[in-house]
Design a protein around this ligand. Sequence first.
Ligand code: GLU
Length: 401
Amino acid sequence: MQNPYDNAMTQLKKAGDIANIKKDTLLKLSSPDRFIQVSIPIRMDSGELKIFTGYRVQYDNSRGPYKGGIRFHPDTDLSEVKALAFWMTIKCSVVGIPLGGGKGGITVNPKELSKAELERLSRGFIQKIKPIIGPNQDIPAPDVYTTPEIMSWMADEFGNKATFTGKPIEKGGSEGRGNATAQGAFYILEKAMAKLEINKDIKIAIQGFGNAGAVFAKLVKEAGYQVVAVSDSKGGIFDNDGLDIAAIESHKKETGSVQNFAGAENITNEKLLELPVDVLALAALENQITKDNAKQVKAKLIIELANGPLTPEADEILKDKEVVVCPDVLTNAGGVTVSYFEWQQNLADEHWTEEDVNSKMKEIMEKAFDEVWETAEKYQVILRTAGFIKAIERIENELKI
Ligand code: GLU
């Protein structure tokens, strides 16, 4: 796999080459403030001792405490976590919330662990990173394969609820946080469609059927768009007449995958990316569209709910094909925006309504979209580079160097 951190640094350089950003700022953003790697010894249910490796990267806190999720994934490594922490720094700045960027991860396949083992691993990780996190220092959240329940174990282990976001509501979580990433991406989709004058009669393919992808599928379906393909890590399904998302959710719960759904054709994840659709939503992992398959993409609009799903080479190819890409650092920022609200609610001991949360988030997302769009027009660059420029300008104002 292409190194995600190299991709992230290529994106940074590209923004720096175009806009009038100081060399010192680019240098500061070319390495994280701090990272730690920890070994987490876990007694498995069988009695066997296993050692897992975990990471926390604190990238930049010029604009506020480090903020970002913790992922549990078998392919997670330091390079990935560094890239994700850097993207969090850019993302929080794109939407103008006063937070910096961080990220964590454990190299593990959580599907192979029992619930008790998962809890011991989550608590064990917090014991190891305890000295460097805190409500005004570094505030973790969920990411790929981590859940509100995992956040509640972690917050309990740490002993302070304002140090974690994405918790269950009854443990101090915010209304709307569970759907926030997809909800925010939906606002961005509607803004982009209006700008590009794409009418509502569209077909969408969605890669990834986890928290972001499955909720996004439901939202677009409710809005009257046709979802013709979805996929998960095992593969995808396609029906040109449109899929019943609620039925697929139950099917996945029962069988463990979206595949073999009655009336739909099984397809590979690779094929899903090349379908003749109007919109392609990417809600899985990094490096999904690369120089090898970018030319085959037929969608006119790409919505990045995942972090880093396109390589810099793919960006160039898609730009030439006039495919508009709504980049991760803007599109999936609804998640961290509602995390910011959760943190504020915890600190002030408040509980906001879902309507309140959603309308505040919508306002932030739509404003950020307009700012990024204007920046893209000003510099004649793609939306990703525009988002980076906007974010780095804000960071530059706060840098203490
Ligand atoms: N993991 C999410 C992201 O990549 C959310 C982070 C957060 O809420 O802190 O944006």
